[in-house]
Write a protein that binds this ligand. Sequence first.
Ligand SMILES: *[C@@H]1O[C@H](CO)[C@@H](O)[C@H](O)[C@H]1NC(C)=O
Length: 404
Amino acid sequence: MTTGEMVATVFKYGGISAAAVVGLYAALLGLLSTPTFQVHVVYLHKIQMTWFKDLDVPESFGFMRNQVTPFFLESSDGEKLYAWHILPIELYRKHEVTLLEEHVDFISDITSRHAFKLLRDDPDARLILHFHGAAGTVGSGYRVPNYRALSAGQPGKIHVLTFDYRGFGKSTGTPSEEGILLDAHAVIDWAMNTAGIPSNRILVFAQSMGTAVSVAISNHLARSSPPVVFAGTVLVAPFVDAATLASSYRLAGTIPLLSPIAKIPLLFTYLQRFMRDKWSTKDRIAQYIRANEANAEKYRMTLIHAEDDYDVPWDHTTTLFWHAVNATTPVGISYDELEEKKSETKKDLGAAGTVMEWHTEYGTIREEILKTGLHDVIMGNPVITMAVMRIFQALDPSFTCQVD
Ligand SMILES: *[C@@H]1O[C@H](CO)[C@@H](O)[C@H](O)[C@H]1NC(C)=O
């Protein structure tokens, strides 16, 4: 049934008049334009999804005793951000005896913990900074299998740091684009200065809303002086910008709430204007690539999206890939020209989807369109482990778990 037919059926059997529907729709748009409502709809931060579990007891999320260290870090404007430092399993196994002996009470000084020292004192350790999507906490949904997939390629070396943005879970404050960027800053500052991990041993992983955060902060750092560029970035289910996402959003995966608006340019401009937080990844990804090309900084960016993602349609990724690739060319490349090149060079992996890589002297931009994986299940899949290992090995080919 098409949307049109569905609406017709509702009219026919539901006894709702067209005028009432239009009225309701207008009311919805009016509501959507209020800042408070927007904050809740965009970030969904009050939806925790882990109501009956205590985040301070990571064992209840499936971790070993003291495999995870919960702690707070602080943003420059004074918000307390709740974070988890997660040890990879082989490292945990090696140090199990010592880790089991440590008490499990919530600590105020993470630097006193054995797990923290395993990160800070290993010159070979890698750290993944994790930027989760909207709603929930560090412990929600597919995020836990996601952490396992991230370190599975080298479970003796790859640590994960994950955190809740302001207003999410146990973190203080209210989310906003500006505020969340301060949060991202605080996390990077912790990684580089408290844990002392240099940027070439740090990888940024982000999903959904987190992709907008991570691209924004990476762009900011790449354009700072001196520039800071991480080993690489893996983006899962990214979106072009908040307005485009809102207009392609489907309620319960089926009803395209705002798409009638997106088709009328004047109304779309209005939608863009009333969205307080713009999250323009398409512009920031291009700026980030341009900065790295200009500064001769090495970069690796992988974009992954599943065709059956109902929350964020996968054409957001093809658009972002185009903006990124376009930024590597002096004269630009049109979307259709790039699609033409893609059809010649992309790898067709059958049921696993397609892969396209774009190389320059300094960087690699990789687009993986999977056939399946939905919006979040994908995060716990081997494709994530491979994306991480591909990036770390590009920098250091000896970085393997050496199973012969
Ligand atoms: C593509 O790159 C060209 C040249 O730098 C630029 O003028 C153009 O605005 C870019 N297009 C997009 C869609 O970013």
